[in-house]
Design a protein around this ligand. Structure first.
Ligand SMILES: Nc1nc2c(ncn2[C@@H]2O[C@H](COP(=O)(O)OP(=O)(O)OP(=O)(O)O)[C@@H](O)[C@H]2O)c(=O)[nH]1
Length: 620
């Protein structure tokens, strides 16, 4: 993002409702002046006397007088029509130019083009990711504390969700929530704040599932990666082995001819941290990160919370421009005036330039992490746009749309919108995951290809759903299932999960979708889940599962599958379902039951029995 800051959030179609009256023009004071100097006065539909007067540097009374002289009576709050605006502008020697005001309302989607002369280098924003217990928090804490020792920043650090450290006269901004969940949740909301990702891998452990996930997420976000091999102080630590393992994830070390820097560190003992930070600076310099400190600020919410005493509090990361105390601001669908602005040492600030994290108060409501913010020239305008956005948000929430579904696919291919279908594959065993990946990657229909962004072994997790949502991907589960929470999350995010157990059928399904020939769909409806709590061995019959229905209902005649640790162990039918001694047609949530699965005896306590029926559904 060197010369042009563009947040191109696809799929965020401009909505007619967004084109309603929003008041004065695009909020860049400097540009406003320039436009006036060039002899042009930009205005929007519905501009009021007061707003136009402000733009022209006149008092409302002067503007009212001009119209009065021309025979029209208006008040300070009257909206002006095009002819009236033109007459007033003419009077003061300007040409009136009407601009579409939808852009100010959808400021996330605006092309922000800065004059190259205004651009200045800015600090990088860094996120630390890696497997559980590999030392992310220890590393973040160590870096945070070390800067206190440097004395430059001083004071006690506050946890506001992000902090800055000085390194050789430059600064680095760290986002303080380690792990890829937060990172992906932000990305899913269209917020791309991270410039560099540090992947932490423990030298005594090596590449683990979440290491892979973190690498997938960083790659999907297309940001430079630095690998920090941590815990090198530990006995048995073998940094070279780790380097080998990590490089197999497609992160070829610099000293092996690749472009990924590796740093050996001990977050606990503070070994190698200086080198790591210096590496961040070098990578940042290569990325030529720049911003325009002169424009009105815009950026992203890192955290939002309600403080009892102070009201809504938000941590904002300024990504371009400079935020000033007192600025009128729209944050997501909230608005206000920056009342109090604190840095990560709890110090009050008047101004905050690009890549600075600040905690502010003064908003009318609590925004969400990942929301975008933008400063506007007047509080009135901020209020109007904030209120309009809140209305639109409510409407959107009422008709949630899906991230991507097979049904959408053909239409989008036809319209040339989709060149690649992003897919996440989760499978029960490694061989299958690989086989599925390679079969899918061979599909090529009408130039549209399948792009497998993740293919791993294990149950479908919330992290998969978030990655799918962020990358508009479909999740394919191969002999694995999402649990009830994950299914709910997928519904919330509008992510489609397809479950299969035969590879060629899955390939056929995708090909059919791409060609627009999906057969009437049989949709599986999960009726409920029961947990096996006890096993009764009956010599003549086999194993009876003593279950507790945890969700929905288990029906006698439905299909069932046995799930162990998220993996489907068996699929079949029930051979009996009983409540106490009596046969039951169905048993509902909160009740106990005894059941047997036809031709299957290998049940264990803690296994989940999932009941499902197949229902034919019309395609949209
Ligand atoms: N010996 C040694 N131990 C370390 C080092 N870094 C972290 N640890 C220890 O490893 C454990 C896990 O560290 P955390 O920083 O909590 O790991 P994390 O990656 O943030 O873990 P989660 O927040 O659970 O994902 C703690 O007991 C740390 O003290 C290191 O460089 N050397």
């Amino acid at each position: 993002m060197a010369k042009k800051t563009k947040n191109n959030k696809k799929g965020h179609n401009s909505n007619n409702k967004n084109k309603k009256k929003t008041g004065a023009s695009f909020p860049n004071k400097k540009d406003d002046k320039k436009l006036l100097n060039d002899g042009i006065c930009e205005y929007e539909d519905g501009v009021t006397v007061e707003e136009l007067a402000e733009k022209l540097g006149k008092t409302p009374a002067e503007v009212i007088k001009v119209l009065f002289m021309l025979g029209t009576m208006v008040t300070i709050n009257s909206s002006l029509n095009d002819e009236q605006v033109e007459l007033i502008c003419l009077e003061y020697g300007y040409e009136a130019k009407k601009v579409n005001n939808a852009s100010a309302l959808n400021f996330e989607d605006m092309d922000i083009v800065d004059d190259p002369a205004d651009l200045q280098p800015r600090p990088p924003v860094v996120t630390i990711m890696g497997h559980v217990d590999h030392g992310k928090t220890t590393l973040l804490d160590h870096i945070r504390k070390s800067r206190v020792a440097e004395g430059e920043f001083g004071g006690i650090t506050q946890h506001i969700g992000a902090y800055q450290v000085p390194v050789n006269g430059k600064k680095i901004t760290f986002l303080d929530t380690p792990g890829h969940e937060a990172f992906t949740a932000m990305r899913a909301r269209g917020a791309q704040c991270t410039d560099i990702v540090i992947i932490v891998v423990a030298a005594d452990d090596g590449v683990m599932p979440q290491t892979r996930e973190a690498v997938d997420h960083a790659k999907a976000a297309n940001v430079p990666i630095i690998v920090a091999v941590n815990k090198i102080d530990k006995e048995g630590a073998d940094p070279d082995r780790i380097k080998n393992e990590v490089s197999e994830l497609g992160l070829l070390p610099e000293d092996w001819g690749g472009d990924v820097p590796y740093c050996n560190i001990s977050a606990k003992k503070g070994i190698g941290i200086t080198e790591l930070l210096e590496t961040v600076i070098i990578v940042a310099e290569m990325a030529e990160l720049k911003a325009n400190p002169k424009r009105l600020a815009l950026g992203t919410v890192v955290e939002g919370r309600l403080d009892r005493g102070r009201g809504p509090v938000a941590t904002l990361l300024v990504q371009n421009g400079t935020l000033h105390a007192g600025d009128p601001i729209v944050v997501g669908s909230t608005f206000g005036r920056v009342r109090q602005m604190l840095n990560d040492s709890g110090r009050s600030l008047k101004d905050a330039g690009p890549a600075t994290p600040v905690e502010i108060t003064g908003l009318n409501d609590v925004p969400e992490a990942g929301d975008k913010f933008m400063v506007f020239p007047s509080e009135k305008e901020a209020r109007r746009i904030g209120e309009e956005r809140a209305k639109i948000k409510q409407e959107k929430e009422r008709n949630t749309s899906s991230a991507m579904s097979l049904d959408d696919l053909f239409n989008q291919i036809k319209e040339g919108e989709v060149a690649n279908l992003n897919v996440i594959v989760k499978a029960d065993v490694n061989g299958t995951a690989e086989a599925v990946r390679s079969s899918l990657e061979k599909i090529d229909i009408e130039g549209a290809k399948v792009n497998v962004i993740r293919s791993t072994v294990g149950a479908i997790s919330e992290s998969d759903v978030l990655l799918a949502s962020a990358s508009k991907a479909i999740i394919y589960g191969f002999n694995v299932r999402p649990d009830a929470n994950v299914r709910r999350k997928a519904e919330e995010e509008g992510v489609e999960i397809r479950l299969h157990n035969v590879i060629y059928k899955m390939v056929e399904e995708i090909e059919a979708a791409m060609k627009g020939m999906l057969a009437p769909e049989l949709e599986e409806v999960v009726t409920g889940q029961a947990e096996i709590r006890q096993i009764y061995k009956v010599s003549k019959l086999g194993n009876i599962a003593g279950c507790y229905v945890t969700d929905g209902v288990i029906k006698r005649n439905s299909g069932v599958r046995l799930i162990r640790d998220g993996v489907v162990v068996y699929e079949g039918k029930l051979s009996s379902l009983k409540r106490f001694k009596d046969d039951a047609k169905e048993v509902a949530q909160g009740f106990e039951c005894g059941l047997m699965i036809e031709n299957f005896n290998d049940i264990k306590e803690g296994d989940i029995v999932e009941g499902y029926i197949m229902k034919e559904v019309e395609r949209a």
